[in-house]
Design a protein around this ligand. Structure first.
Ligand SMILES: [Mg+2]
Length: 270
């Protein structure tokens, strides 16, 4: 059976920071035109699903907020399913805060009042925020990270990611996160697949990172595709051998994936 759902990463696949990756966008639009469903997953929690959907639409990719899952949404949903509605101290940006409020959590401004700490990428991080977050952790409250990517690829090169902030809090508190919601945890894929009636075997996961996108796909039993337009722009022969043995398809860009999917009606990916 031809895979009909493409789970697509954003940073390093659709864009690099503010810069669109045109060849990949054109291939995605063509695949959509041929009946492939697309759902976008990102570990970047800084913006909301609605924001990413608008940005994708502006690039010519048909998308609604329901076709996007962020690590912020995955963290918010996990917290509510496991603890109910919480008073949360947040290190993170508007996108994460919006997703937390959407699930009924309350954002508090003091770490001492919080029942949980949720940490995502925060480009306005300051010492006071780390200090408040530490108060929450020292109470023994749940420590939830959106993701632990240490760096974020941008058009200006790598920038510190949410993982770098999590590391600072680990150092200060002596604690590890209790839960990491984003890739490579298959939880974020589970959240994305809610509402699709599709088998994981028929789901293709496309991403630029071996340690997150590919790990998640392999763990979940989906078809992994590594695209070399982002973080992994070059890989060694040894890595290629290792990835091939794990049935990872490696493509230079999504035009190549398009060609693969057209070949044998997609059976080439099975
Ligand atoms: Mg990426």
């Amino acid at each position: 059976m031809k895979p009909k759902l493409l789970i697509v990463d954003l940073d390093g696949v659709v864009w690099l920071g503010a810069k669109p990756i045109r060849e990949n966008i054109e291939a995605l639009a063509r695949l959509q035109g041929e009946g492939f469903k697309t759902h976008f997953i990102t570990n970047n929690s800084t913006s909301s699903r609605a924001h990413y959907a608008r940005r994708l639409e502006a690039l010519g990719i048909k998308t609604s907020p329901d076709n996007v899952t962020t690590s912020g949404r995955a963290a918010s949903l996990w917290a509510r399913e496991n603890y109910g509605k919480l008073k949360v101290y947040v290190i993170g940006e508007e996108g994460l805060i919006e997703e937390l409020i959407a699930e009924g959590h309350e954002i508090v401004s003091r770490g001492s009042e919080a029942e949980a700490l949720i940490v995502g990428l925060d480009r306005r991080l300051c010492y006071d925020k780390l200090a408040e977050a530490l108060k929450t952790l020292l109470k023994g409250a749940p420590f939830i990270a959106t993701n632990t990517d240490n760096i974020l690829p941008t058009e200006e090169g790598p920038m510190p990611g949410a993982g770098s902030i999590v590391e600072a809090l680990k150092a200060a508190s002596g604690r590890n996160p209790d839960f990491i919601a984003g890739k490579p945890n298959p939880w974020i894929l589970e959240v994305a697949l809610k509402g699709y009636n599709v088998n994981l075997k028929d789901t293709i996961v496309v991403g630029d990172r071996i340690d997150t996108d590919i790990e998640m796909a392999v763990k979940a039993g989906a078809k992994p595709v590594l695209v070399l337009t982002g973080i992994a722009s070059t890989i060694s022969q040894e890595e290629i051998k290792n990835l091939s043995s794990r049935k990872v398809l490696i493509v230079r860009n999504l035009t190549e994936l398009y060609t693969e999917l057209k070949k044998d009606g997609g059976e080439g990916l099975s």
